[in-house]
Design a protein around this ligand. Sequence first.
Ligand code: ADP
Length: 383
Amino acid sequence: MKQQISGLRLGILGGGQLGRMLIPECIKLNLEISVLDPDIACPCSKLCDRFVCGSLLDFDTVYSFGKGLDVITIEIEHVNADALAQLEQEGVLVYPQPSVIKAVQDKGLQKQFYSEHDIPAAAFSLVKSKQELLNALPAFPFVQKMRTAGYDGKGVQVVRSAQDLDKAFDVPSVIEDAVDIDKELSVLVARNAAGEIKAFPIVELVYDPEANLVDYLVSPASVSPQVAARAKDIAIKVISTLNMVGLLAVELFLDKKGHLLVNEIAPRPHNSGHQSIEANITSQYLQHLRAICNLPLGDTRATSAAVMLNLLGEKGSQGPVVCDGIEAVMDMPRAYLHLYGKKTSRPFRKMGHITILADTLDEAMQSAKQLKKVFKIKGSESC
Ligand code: ADP
């Protein structure tokens, strides 16, 4: 069935920054937007037609939020997928599909999916508890990942030696070989219900080792055309095997021997696509919307070299937000500031980002480093 776009009732589970950046694209197509989030002061609460404050994990809350909507999507995968499955059965379009959300919520199921479908990923085993991990004791170093509820690097730790075992998580976990990482990469790929698939050019993520969060994103990634083509093929294989509708972020490692391995996937707009708002013909947000509304997908080509700087809350402060150095951003002609509207800052919280366009990546990176020194987001109290 062809959806009537103007006036379509779209529900977004989660009211964070990803939802906030999806909303302007919904407004352009005149969608009626509902958002569910447990925080009444979340980045989307004032920007939608209908805001419901409630738990994303509670069956009844998600079900009654979704009843009567035309299409439901997510901007975070920690949601009640059973309620979404019920809504799907009753005729609401839910994209990504609840079955995909369920598979992604559990890193153990994700890993099993890769091995069943011959998708390259680090070797792994599953343990139910710390005791089981100690009994099995893999060779150091290895990586322990909580199967569920981890995000933004929380719930992931590298175990380098016997001393680190004290802090091992006592929950069901994935135990993974530590990859000798050369580069962390990401390919965003979208698929609509008609089966059309388009991938974005590959980008590179540079992590802050202390926060375990993306510091800079570089687009396009500095990799060989062969690596870029292989990564794109892997991303397309993942989305077609999942039969997923919507946008999928495929995070990859390039190891020091040149192998590409899938680290994890996220079936929604992603931190590794923020730069596409200014630096690609179609942004990841519009592409997601096109995919879930079964519209033709947009041209994904990059129009400029770009570096995206994640703005994390400064260490040592918390509370109501204070921004320093905004003039420097405004003085830079091709720097685009996005503030997420979070009321309070805390160390390493994602507060915003700046995308810098330039003729070359080197130039964009120099400008990003310059801005990182002077533009700070912090809380008004020390901590
Ligand atoms: P999250 O879901 O919280 O983002 P990830 O699984 O992406 O967690 O892991 C966070 C970071 O930890 C990765 O970006 C990478 O730097 C590091 N990491 C994860 N898995 C491995 C691994 N197998 N080997 C080496 N480093 C890893």
